[in-house]
Design a binder for this molecule. Structure first.
Ligand SMILES: Nc1ncnc2c1ncn2[C@@H]1O[C@H](COP(=O)(O)OP(=O)(O)OP(=O)(O)O)[C@@H](O)[C@H]1O
Ligand SMILES: [Mg+2]
Length: 234
């Protein structure tokens, strides 16, 4: 192999990162985070979204869209395809996997976590979300020594101290790793699946600037977490 070939081979082997968006608590925003963050990251990276949830919410979301999704999309996939994806050295820098939020599908979730490089764990500021989230972390994520971060979703800025209270709960009381960035509760986010919308294609105005900024911040933080040495050069 010549020096040039070696150089090509190194550049050709893309360091793919598989991110599992996971929480066994239902309705905390896994599908929302998967789709919106995938759209944001697809501005700078080749992104694949994989849906292994029986509900196939991302497929439904995509079908409601008038435009093509800005990322590649693999709905109704068997989770085993994730390990094959890496063997094939498929041409993606980031793979986001939307996973089921029910205990019945634990086997599917475990297969995804086995293949993942990082677990992004959305959680809503509700007392009832805490226990299932901690169980997901302690039973499924921590035993795999899988890097992970909890991301707060549906923060309501009108509720005094809600953000600070939940940040403190995660940091001090529960001691779980957390993303600095978080998602606020917005009608734009609630309407997005049925309208097939992604915040990246919305016109920026008073109604949309909040959700656009939230998703942009999570995208940037995830890039840093996945590739500190590359942060800033993207
Ligand atoms: N930041 C937000 N602001 C407003 N609505 C939100 C926000 N995040 C999620 N939602 C809404 O909350 C509901 C649940 O979100 P989502 O479907 O993303 O959760 P999930 O974890 O994927 O649920 P499941 O466990 O059923 O798969 C959806 O109707 C979604 O539109
Ligand atoms: Mg979902």
């Amino acid at each position: 192999m010549t020096e040039l070939d070696t150089h090509r081979a190194n550049n050709g082997s893309i360091a793919m990162a598989i991110v599992a968006v996971a929480n066994q608590k239902g309705g905390v925003g896994k599908t929302t985070v998967t789709m919106q963050v995938a759209a944001e990251l697809s501005r700078r990276h080749r992104v694949l979204v994989v849906d292994v949830d029986r509900q196939q919410s991302t497929v439904w979301w995509a079908e409601n869209a008038s435009d093509r999704m800005p990322f590649d999309f693999a709905g109704s996939q068997h989770p085993n395809m994730l390990s094959r994806l890496r063997e094939l050295r498929a041409d993606y820098e980031l793979v986001l996997v939307d996973t089921p939020g029910s205990l019945e599908d634990t086997a599917v979730l475990e297969t995804v976590l086995d293949a993942a490089d990082y677990a992004l764990v959305p959680v809503t500021p509700e007392p009832l979300a805490v226990e299932p989230t901690l169980r997901t972390l302690s039973r499924l994520i921590e035993p795999r020594q899988l890097r992970h971060g909890v991301v707060l979703n549906r923060i309501d800025p009108r509720v005094p101290n809600q953000l600070e209270t939940w940040q403190r709960l995660l940091d001090s009381d529960l001691g779980v790793p957390r993303l600095e960035s978080y998602l606020r509760q917005y009608k734009v986010q609630a309407d997005a699946p049925v309208l097939g919308q992604l915040v990246t294609t919305l016109r920026r105005n008073r109604r949309t600037e909040g959700p656009i900024a939230d998703i942009a911040a999570i995208g940037r933080e995830l890039e840093q977490l996945l590739s500190p040495e590359l942060a800033g050069t993207w």
